[in-house]
Design a protein around this ligand. Structure first.
Ligand code: PEP
Ligand code: MG
Length: 310
């Protein structure tokens, strides 16, 4: 059934000359898989929904059931589960974290594990149990990883439970600049361009007056993506993009030209991205990427990518 859905809607992602690019889905729960979709798997399973609006952490069994529901809906496909991305910007009462003046720079994502280690431990146990009962081998990644040491610690926790495909989101410029070091500890990276923009341009991602700084075409952001993709190519390991940037059909061409191996987005964006990639050869993608990287600002990056890829 899953394969029929995929075939009915255009097949896997590839450039005009056949270079494969996995087109994956961003989801928040199994409900997002109910309507028809045309992806090759899930590139970002945000697990926050289970934890929001709760006085107590969801227990092991409840988490197992939620992860099983997603794994069952995608028996053969790739599923990348992101461990809880909470903190004082997405406050969870049961974490009882100290109030922070600057929450985006505080205890969020993997950093919660410093103060409340049981939360990640239980979540990893639940993912492993759901994997076992469904026969799915999920990839598992942590949000807000900053250093290779954090990547190594996360890989140890996940590896100790038998999770073989362990990765990190790249959302912090330090992580992008150290991508090779991270990949020495991990099997894959997934670039979260929403937060990577916020932290690269020091602009709150919710701030309407700073939209120009949060533009995913900012050449500085593209340089960090290039750094990650090059590290992935050297290591022979996948580097995807799962932020909003992946859903822009022209930017998708640039990302592929930079060396990104998968693009993950919400379901409605996939057909246009698939079509855009199918119209460009890998060489054209690389030309567009080279032109965008040399641009001085987002508008010039867009313009030069468009003419570079023609
Ligand atoms: C991102 O930061 O780009 C991302 C995909 O994660 P979220 O939007 O959930 O922070
Ligand atoms: Mg993020």
């Amino acid at each position: 059934r899953e394969r029929d859905r995929l075939r009915a809607s255009g097949g896997p992602g590839r450039t005009a000359d056949g270079h494969p690019v996995k087109l994956l889905l961003n989801i928040g729960s199994a409900a997002d898989l109910e309507s028809g979709f045309s992806a090759e798997g899930v590139g970002l399973f945000r697990t926050e929904f289970l934890f929001l609006d709760r006085r107590e952490a969801p227990g092991l069994d409840e988490q197992i059931a939620a992860y099983e529901a997603v794994f069952r809906a995608l028996p053969g496909g790739r599923v990348i589960v992101r461990t809880l991305d909470a903190g004082t910007d997405k406050p969870l009462p049961f974490l009882n974290l100290p109030e922070e003046i600057n929450p985006a720079l505080g205890i969020r994502g993997l950093r919660v594990d410093r103060l409340r280690p049981g939360v990640l431990d239980t979540q990893l146990d639940a993912i492993v149990a759901a994997a076992r009962s469904t026969g799915v081998r999920p990839w598992v990644m942590a949000p807000m990883v900053t250093t290779a040491a954090e990547a190594a610690a996360f890989a140890r926790k996940a590896g100790a439970r038998g999770i073989t495909d362990v990765g990190a989101m790249v959302e912090v410029p330090a992580a992008a600049l150290q991508a090779s070091r991270l990949l020495a500890e991990l099997g894959f990276l997934s670039i979260g361009t929403n937060d990577l923009s916020q932290y690269t341009c020091a602009a709150d991602r919710q701030h309407g007056d700073l939209a120009d700084l949060l533009d995913p075409w900012q050449p500085a952001l593209l340089r960090l993506v290039a750094e990650c993709a090059a590290a992935g190519e050297r290591a022979g390991k996948p580097v995807g993009v799962c932020g909003e940037a992946a859903a822009d059909p022209l930017l998708a061409v640039v990302l592929v030209g930079l060396g990104v191996t998968s693009l993950s987005m919400s379901a409605p964006s996939i057909p246009a991205v698939r079509e855009s990639l199918a119209r460009h050869t890998l060489e054209e993608c690389r030309a567009a990427a080279g032109a965008a990287l040399e641009a001085g600002d987002p508008a010039e990056a867009r313009r030069s990518a468009r003419s570079g890829s023609d």
